[in-house]
Every structure is written in C-alpha cells, then in structure tokens.
Design a binder for this molecule. Sequence first.
Ligand SMILES: *[C@@H]1O[C@H](CO)[C@@H](O)[C@H](O)[C@H]1NC(C)=O
Ligand SMILES: *[C@@H]1O[C@H](CO)[C@@H](O)[C@H](O)[C@H]1NC(C)=O
Ligand SMILES: *[C@@H]1O[C@H](CO)[C@@H](O)[C@H](O)[C@H]1NC(C)=O
Ligand SMILES: *[C@@H]1O[C@H](CO)[C@@H](O)[C@H](O)[C@H]1NC(C)=O
Ligand SMILES: *[C@@H]1O[C@H](CO)[C@@H](O)[C@H](O)[C@H]1NC(C)=O
Ligand SMILES: *[C@@H]1O[C@H](CO)[C@@H](O)[C@H](O)[C@H]1NC(C)=O
Ligand SMILES: *[C@@H]1O[C@H](CO)[C@@H](O)[C@H](O)[C@H]1NC(C)=O
Ligand SMILES: *[C@@H]1O[C@H](CO)[C@@H](O)[C@H](O)[C@H]1NC(C)=O
Ligand SMILES: *[C@@H]1O[C@H](CO)[C@@H](O)[C@H](O)[C@H]1NC(C)=O
Ligand SMILES: *[C@@H]1O[C@H](CO)[C@@H](O)[C@H](O)[C@H]1NC(C)=O
Ligand SMILES: *[C@@H]1O[C@H](CO)[C@@H](O)[C@H](O)[C@H]1NC(C)=O
Ligand SMILES: *[C@@H]1O[C@H](CO)[C@@H](O)[C@H](O)[C@H]1NC(C)=O
Length: 480
Amino acid sequence: MQLICVFLLFIANCCYADYIAAVVEHNPVAGPTPALTIEENLKQYIYQIEQAKGFQADIVVFPEYGLTGLAENPEELALSIPDVGTFNFSNEALPLLSLSNTAKAHSLYLVVNILEQVNGTENGTIIYYNTNIVFASNGTLVAKYRKINLYAEPKLTPGKELSTFTTDFGTFGLITCADILYYNPSQTVLIDTGVTDVIFSTAWNSYLPFYMSLEVQVGYALANKVNLLAANINNPSNGMGGSSIINSDGTVLRYILVDSPSTSSIYATVSKTSKNFELMGFDILRNETVQELANYKIQTDFDYNSYSFKSLDLSSENITADICHAGFCCNFNIVAFQNETNSSEVYKLVAFNGKTWFNNTQVGIKFCDIVACLNQDKSSCGVRLSTPYNTTFRQITVWGNWEVQPEEFYRPITLTGNLQPVYNTTYLENRSNVTVGVSYNITRPASNVVTFGLFVRSGVESYGFSLGLVVVLVVLQGLF
Ligand SMILES: *[C@@H]1O[C@H](CO)[C@@H](O)[C@H](O)[C@H]1NC(C)=O
Ligand SMILES: *[C@@H]1O[C@H](CO)[C@@H](O)[C@H](O)[C@H]1NC(C)=O
Ligand SMILES: *[C@@H]1O[C@H](CO)[C@@H](O)[C@H](O)[C@H]1NC(C)=O
Ligand SMILES: *[C@@H]1O[C@H](CO)[C@@H](O)[C@H](O)[C@H]1NC(C)=O
Ligand SMILES: *[C@@H]1O[C@H](CO)[C@@H](O)[C@H](O)[C@H]1NC(C)=O
Ligand SMILES: *[C@@H]1O[C@H](CO)[C@@H](O)[C@H](O)[C@H]1NC(C)=O
Ligand SMILES: *[C@@H]1O[C@H](CO)[C@@H](O)[C@H](O)[C@H]1NC(C)=O
Ligand SMILES: *[C@@H]1O[C@H](CO)[C@@H](O)[C@H](O)[C@H]1NC(C)=O
Ligand SMILES: *[C@@H]1O[C@H](CO)[C@@H](O)[C@H](O)[C@H]1NC(C)=O
Ligand SMILES: *[C@@H]1O[C@H](CO)[C@@H](O)[C@H](O)[C@H]1NC(C)=O
Ligand SMILES: *[C@@H]1O[C@H](CO)[C@@H](O)[C@H](O)[C@H]1NC(C)=O
Ligand SMILES: *[C@@H]1O[C@H](CO)[C@@H](O)[C@H](O)[C@H]1NC(C)=O
C-alpha cells in the first residue's frame, strides 16, 4: 500500500508540465468613486492579461490591493464572492463576470486579490476579508484564499483556512503579504498538500536591512524549494515594489524593481524538471539594468541597541567567528580579497534573539548576519549607499546547529547595495526530529554586500507560559 502511494506521488510530480507565468507589478489608479476605481484598474488588468496572452502565459498573477489601491474603507469597495466551483457569473458583480470571461476568453488562470464582503449570519453585520480568487482557464472560480495574517487592516477579519488549487502544471498554494513571515500559512501550505508552486500577492513595504521585498521572496523560495510567483503593488516612493518569478532551484528567472511609478509585467517559463537542489543559486539576468533606484524610498527597521555586534577585521586572511545573542549562536567563515578590501569599509556580525513588532503584534525572531556599516558606530549598519561597497568576498559561510522548536523556520537573507540578492549562493538545511543544521554560503565572489545571513521566525514560544499553566491546572485537577 505504502509502495503504491510513493509510486503515485512520483507519477504526480514527474508529469507536471513546464508553464509560462506572468506576474504583474501594478501601480493602482484612483477613480472619482470607489466603483470607478475598480473599473479603471480592471481595464488595466485586462490590458495586462492580453499582453500576457501574447507571451502564451498559462497563469497571470496580480498583486494585493491592485484593484482598489490601499483601501482603508472596505465597505465602499468590497464585493460578495460566490463559492468555489461557480462558473456562471451573470448574476455576480460586474468585475467578477469580467474577470471570469477574460480568463475563459484567453484560456489562462487568473489570480486576483479583492476585498470580499460576507453578510453576517445572525445580526446583519457584514464582515470583510482580504481575499485572493483564482479563475481557471475555463472561467470557473477554483480557489478562494482569505489572508490569515492581516497587517494594519483593522476593519478586516482574518481568514482561517489554507487554499490550494491543482492545474496541469502543478499544485499551487496561496499566501498573501505578511503571511510569508508566519508559519501558518507560509510553511503549513507546503506540508502534505502537494504544493509545487506558491503564489504570493503582496503590497509590501520594504525595510532595510532584513525585509526588502526581493530579499524576502528569494529567501522563501530558496528555503522551501518551491517555484514562487510574487506580485507586488508598485509605489516606489513608499518603498513598494519588487516582484519576481523564482524557480524552485533558486534561480530568479525574472524580477521587477523600478524607480518610477509604473505597471509592468514579467514572463518566464517555470521549469518542473530543473531541481538542482545541491547547487541552488540566484542567476538574475544580468543585462537587466541595475539602477541606483534613488526614488525607491526604503525605510529602516534596525533596532541596533537591542542586538549584539562583533567587528570584523577584513585585513586578516581568514576570519572564523561566532556571534550570539540570548543563547542563539551562529558561526561564520569569511574570506575577503585582500586587494579589494578598503580600510574605510566596515563589516560587522550582528545577531538577535527576541521579539519585534510586525505592525501591532509582537512576534519572535532570530537572525545572524554579516552587515555593511558606514563606520564603527552600530547605528550606521545595514544602510544603502549611492556608491557600491567595494570589498569583495571570496567566501562567506554562515552555519549552525540548533534544537528544533515547534513552528520555527529558517530562511536565508541576502541583499546587495542594488537591492538585489547576492548572486549564486547555496542554502542547505538538514532537519532531524531534534536538531536543525543550516549552512548558507556564496559560491562565487560577491561584492557590494549589505546583508548576508539567516533569518528565523520563532514559533510558539510565546505560548510557553499559558501551556505551562494548562499543564499545572490539569495536574492540580488530577490531584483534587
Ligand atoms: C447563466 O445564468 C444566467 C442567469 O441566471 C442565465 O440566463 C444563463 O443562461 C446562464 N448561462 C449559462 C451558460 O448557464
Ligand atoms: C449582503 O447584504 C447586502 C446589503 O445588506 C446585499 O445587498 C447583498 O445582496 C447581500 N449579499 C448576499 C450574498 O446575501
Ligand atoms: C454579529 O454576528 C457576528 C457573527 O455573525 C458576530 O461575530 C458579531 O459579534 C455580532 N455583532 C453584534 C453587534 O452582535
Ligand atoms: C473548469 O476547470 C476546472 C479546473 O480544471 C474543472 O474543475 C471544471 O470541471 C471545469 N468546468 C467546466 C464546466 O468545464
Ligand atoms: C500599524 O497599523 C496602524 C493601524 O492599525 C497604523 O496606524 C500604523 O501606521 C501601522 N504601523 C506600521 C509600521 O505599519
Ligand atoms: C551561477 O552559477 C552557475 C553555475 O555555476 C553559472 O552558470 C552562472 O553563470 C552563475 N550566475 C552568475 C550570475 O554568475
Ligand atoms: C536581456 O537579454 C536578452 C537576450 O539577449 C533579451 O531578450 C532581453 O530583452 C534583455 N533584457 C533586457 C531587460 O534588456
Ligand atoms: C583560508 O581559507 C582558504 C579557503 O577558503 C584556504 O585555502 C586557505 O588555506 C586558508 N588560509 C589560512 C591562512 O588558513
Ligand atoms: C584581486 O585579486 C584577485 C585574485 O586574487 C583578482 O581576481 C582580482 O581581479 C583582484 N582585484 C583587483 C581590483 O585587482
Ligand atoms: C568604492 O570605490 C569607488 C571608486 O573608487 C568609490 O567612488 C566609492 O565611494 C567606494 N565605495 C565605498 C563604500 O567606499
Ligand atoms: C521522528 O519522529 C517520527 C514521528 O514522530 C518518528 O516516526 C521517527 O521515528 C522519529 N525519528 C527519529 C530519528 O527519532
Ligand atoms: C558552499 O556549501 C556547499 C554545500 O555545503 C559546499 O559544497 C561548497 O563547497 C561551499 N562553497 C564554498 C565556496 O564554501
């Protein structure tokens, strides 16, 4: 029985076809009325879909809040969305009918984020969700995903359920924006679901040095060995932008990172057979212009007074160092080209194990990284310069072995002064039931490095106290 299952799984994975993905980074327009806002953006969506069809796209992915802009009043913009399986949208809101018809007319899958309203059952209250809907190439609604981890969306209700859909070219999981930093759903959607590809629609505000849009996207794909279609809202003056199509072997097939407000699409053939897990590397197409991105205004989230630091002496030939914070330790092996170090350039190791704020919720994180600094002052670390850092590293390896904690996950993070990942790296993670070993290194010389290291989202440790309490209560109950 077991053998048959393994065999079937093998068959299922082996026979998915390669496909052509289109990801749209959209700069939403605001109409004079809410309805006209949706109508105007929808018009642009349909134009982008027609373009994508010209590239033989099988699936087109739009970003979070693309149809409405960053709306704070869902009551003006939300639509009722019928159940999964609906194929006749004649009696539904016009945008839904139009999207279904467009998917069908061009015979492609369509992923669109929309504000959803659901009429309360008992008292007439209406509740609102941040929802991704998926139309199959015959126009049928095949998936509906309600964002679980809301971020500064006080009028919305969080979703509860995972959502996936299966096509001829793979099984797709859906996650939205802040979800990517939470175990549920970013990791749970990959467990026992058969998911080979993840759709990440987002309205992502980048923060230096650990939360830049592309940095987070690449870290997710690399750590989880899934294809990733990441569609972001575009608003560079707000630090919003950065979309990508990443192959499960870690290759960034295409990305968008632009300096001026605009809507643009990328297309790439996503391979189901390239599974070179041993040599995962970023292979960004180098001819894409690397701009200074002066108008991409990125904020900083670097609470340096809470972290531990260690200065590096780049003039020593081989650097072996560890860094710890609150019991979390990582090891580094670093070699810089001696002829390309510059005594005015400062790199430090930084580590943290504690809590941080994701908007108004406190969450556990850990990280250990090498970071570029302007000078010896730790407040000057993790920033971006208008000129590149000139130190070239021959080797950077970060590694460690830690106890497995429930719902804790590890990701590589890497960023250069161009706001792109460091090219060609290897991320290895070995898990047993009790320990997790991670090693992350560069496989070719790297320069202009701003950040390179590991980011960890701690799991349920904040429940430790209440769990303990429950145990104590249960024990007490047993006694009396
Ligand atoms: C879709 O529903 C409308 C209204 O109920 C109906 O008139 C139409 O015939 C239906 N179309 C199909 C293809 O079932
Ligand atoms: C929900 O309520 C609104 C107004 O109260 C109404 O217009 C709409 O048709 C209702 N939707 C559903 C699906 O019942
Ligand atoms: C109305 O009903 C919903 C459940 O449908 C409930 O969550 C909400 O608290 C209720 N609101 C009031 C004012 O009773
Ligand atoms: C449309 O496609 C979906 C997904 O492949 C399938 O489940 C559904 O049966 C199809 N519907 C029709 C009417 O062909
Ligand atoms: C967090 O959310 C509140 C509204 O809920 C908003 O006023 C605030 O600006 C947000 N902070 C950040 C850092 O996004
Ligand atoms: C990354 O490594 C691969 C394999 O060694 C190589 O073919 C490719 O050119 C490298 N990419 C870049 C951007 O150097
Ligand atoms: C990069 O080069 C390829 C092949 O020469 C070309 O098709 C593509 O348009 C170029 N991309 C850019 C952004 O110039
Ligand atoms: C430094 O490390 C390199 C490999 O990265 C090795 O070949 C070399 O022998 C080391 N040098 C010293 C002095 O340990
Ligand atoms: C530094 O030395 C390496 C070999 O050790 C060489 O490949 C590189 O071109 C040199 N860089 C400069 C700026 O001379
Ligand atoms: C790197 O070298 C260039 C050219 O010499 C220089 O303009 C730039 O300021 C240097 N970068 C840093 C961070 O010192
Ligand atoms: C790991 O845990 C699984 C399920 O709990 C168990 O079947 C397996 O034997 C364990 N493996 C080791 C090496 O302890
Ligand atoms: C990077 O790590 C991989 C896997 O551990 C290893 O095979 C490779 O030699 C390492 N590369 C460098 C430059 O250290």
